[in-house]
Ligand binder design. Structure first.
Ligand code: HEM
Length: 133
């Protein structure tokens, strides 16, 4: 088994049968063929994910550390980084939407809510004060 090799998505997609099953999890390519019969979650789900990027499916299940510790034994290589970047499942890294832009709208939203809440409270206090006069 050779590790540290780049594998294209097309290559992964060609390994999609019960006799030959690759899948991508977190940018790494795993040969799960021998594991199909042993998977506690059943062979069906593994076959469904065969030849694809299974990162979301794998994470959605909330696999244990035990499950994760099995992965290195099945590693065959890394997904070609050029393709990993264009895959929707990859980490957001070199895209034009830089991190500086994404954190400020959050702050503005929160500040907006706080201002609205304070304004509402003041309005409420004034109503109460007006009634008691
Ligand atoms: C090669 C990758 C995978 C490994 C090594 C693996 C390993 C395991 C292990 C050890 C468990 C037992 C529970 C735990 O320890 O978390 C498990 C459960 C499960 N796995 Fe996977 N799994 C893999 C991929 C997948 C994928 C791609 C799916 C797709 C949805 C999946 C679906 C499930 C489900 C639904 C269970 C829950 C079974 C239950 O709770 O009864 N697994 N897996």
């Amino acid at each position: 088994m050779s590790t540290g090799e780049y594998i294209s998505l097309a290559d992964v997609q060609s390994h999609n049968s019960k006799e030959d099953l690759y899948m991508v999890i977190d940018g790494k390519v795993y040969d799960c063929t021998k594991f199909i019969d042993e998977h506690p979650g059943g062979e069906e789900v593994l076959l469904d994910c065969g030849g694809t990027d299974a990162t979301d499916a794998f994470e959605d299940v909330g696999h244990s550390d035990d499950a994760r510790s099995l992965l290195p034994n099945m590693l065959v290589g890394e997904l070609d980084p050029a393709e990993a970047a264009s895959s929707s499942k990859s980490k957001p890294n070199t895209t034009t939407a830089s991190s500086s832009g994404s954190s400020s709208p959050n702050f503005v939203t929160i500040a907006g809510f706080v201002i609205m809440a304070v304004a509402g409270y003041i309005a409420y206090l004034q109503t109460v004060a007006a009634k008691s006069e």
